[in-house]
Ligand binder design. Sequence first.
Ligand code: ADP
Ligand code: MG
Length: 734
Amino acid sequence: MYQTAIPYPFLRVYRNHASSTETGGEPTPKDYTPEDLVAIWEEFLGDQERRHQVSTIADLYPDVRSIYVEFSSIEKFDPDLANYTLTNPARSLGAAEDAIKRMVSHALTNPFLHFRIKGLPRDSRVEVRKLRAKHLGTFVSVEGLVRKATEVRPRVTIAEFECARCGFQISVDQDGMQFQEPLECPKDDGGCGRGSGSTKFRLVTDPSTFVDTQKIEIQEPPEGLRGGAQPERLVGYIEDDIAGKLSPGDRIIINGILKSQQKGAQIKSTLFDISIDVNSVEYEEHEYEEIVITPEDEEMIREFAASPDVLDKVVSSISPTIYGYTQEKEALALQLFGGVSKTLDDGTRIRGDIHIVMIGDPGTAKSQILRYMAMLAPRGIYTSGKASSAAGLTAAAVKDEFGEGRWTLEAGALVIADKGLACIDELDKMSDQDRSSIHESLEQGTISVAKAGITATLQSRCAVLGAANPKYGRFDENRSIAEQIDLPPALLSRFDAIFTMTDRPNSEMDTRIAKHILTVHRRGEVMLHESSEMIPGVDRDQIISDSDVLMPTMERDFLRKYVAFSKRITPIMSDEAMRTIENYYVSIRKLGEGEGASVPITARQLEALIRMSEASARARLMTVVSAEDASRAIGIVQYYLNKVASEGGRMDIDILATGTSRSQREKIYVLKSLVQQLSDERRGVSMDELIQKASSDNISEEQVRSLLKRLSDAGEVYSPQPGYFKLATEERIG
Ligand code: ADP
Ligand code: MG
């Protein structure tokens, strides 16, 4: 079999993609001939601990085929070598691999090995958006979040061919993405010398060498982005033993060599795209690593927590430019801190994330609040329910250009916001696919994808803050609020708090809001004038000091640190807190015990109460949930239930849980039996007759019309002719 001998310099070239150029790698400096480089790595690897790693490879190959070293250990050994490795990684890493090969040559012949470096210095850490031409060919460290990952599939590295004329075997190294075939059957090595024009070369897959490959796309972590900037992305290629270990949503640091590929398949362009050949992957070890809390910060945080009205201060730091909404903001504050997520003895996970949805008229500052919260919360993201990518809010498996023939798993917003806050505007406009998979995310904090051989469970342990418009764009005063909420009841009941925001003219309130908005704008105008020069008719200093209420009580960075710090605390219910919640729950449930009464609340609200009281304790950095924490939670739940789940002053959770109140259900029942009784065989029954008969059952004309509309929408009744109705199915009523 024909095989090129492998002389130094080593031949295993780091993957070069089709028509890629290596601009960064300067010629080897004098002090490192290829032979020198291998020798110096061999010396480095001779250290006791690393020698141990090498012998593990000799023993356990191919199960173990990578050696990992910390960059700092190279630096300690030889700063020049360390520097050389950063600027000429392909050569240096290749030489290190050759050194390992030499050391294990007694046990293995021509093994496929990797030398992987972790912990690159800070100055090699480059943000995706800052990658430039000067980085090409160098060793860089890029932090990001995995957005897409393909299936793992083999790539041929050495292809074996057979000459159809003489049967001679030829092996061709496959370095790039484009498949290379032999140009001739080499005579010098014993072939027949025919060119590709006069013979055929058949690929023999069996003796060919393959390597597992995976393509990923990382994007900048959302928290590093300046107000509303779109995250930039970078493609990465992962090979061999580290392929297939990443999932979309993972937060990682990738160390690797920056490569370029020429754009344009048919017509070659002078423009190049970049990608990274991954050498090693590091995972985040601690939660919220991106928020650094110094001992001084901690002191300030603890001092702040000692003040009796911490939560009020947090509340007044939430969207201070938005007037009112005190209860809503209080719930949002609790959402920032979150409850305690627990795993019970039987393995059940109970979420600690608090989900909130705001349903309101246009122009009630919903979007404004969502954007603010996304900015405030650690790992907050703002997105719209109207999907902008295939993955939408949840996740998707797609087969497109990115995967180059492979299936790609792509993370949606909820996965990207893992351990953070997902602010989803226009929640009511989400796609059907999202609608069906969002429940799992809300309740379990995971998103499962099972499609085309890809089965994956992605983590999406985030709190959700949703905003939606009422069904007909604006709340109609003549209908109950609940029936105008256009979200499936099964979804709605997963939210710990549901707020409705109505915008009706009210001169007292309007005056206050108008004053507030005007003050906000004027303060903004004044702030654009830096010097306090005299402006006739305007007293700059007075305006600034009068509008000081618009300043958040806590600075944003401090609040973020405070929130991140608070997550270290896992509060426990006190006996009093448990009693308070239990008493409230039982007393409200009692209202539902009487004959014909509705079910006022369910265990879901009970859990919401627990989460919110835990969050309240956390906000005060307290390990014990007090009765006051419980009362605060009760106040919020009671506030929203009164607005959305009550009818005629009575609480009825069925309005939320099923979309139909008990009294409505009864009326529907009565109406359906009327339709059945009064229908004649051919035409059914007329609207007028129904209205007249229904009035004796206390159902108003208005209600008959709206319920009939509902029933026809649901396909339960139909009109054989205009103005007449008949039951669609001949079910027996009564
Ligand atoms: P929505 O998303 O609910 O339709 P927006 O967030 O787009 O509403 O709000 C419209 C504008 O009205 C925003 O500029 C917002 O600041 C202002 N606004 C609405 N309500 C208030 C309020 N209560 N206080 C201050 N500004 C408000
Ligand atoms: Mg909006």
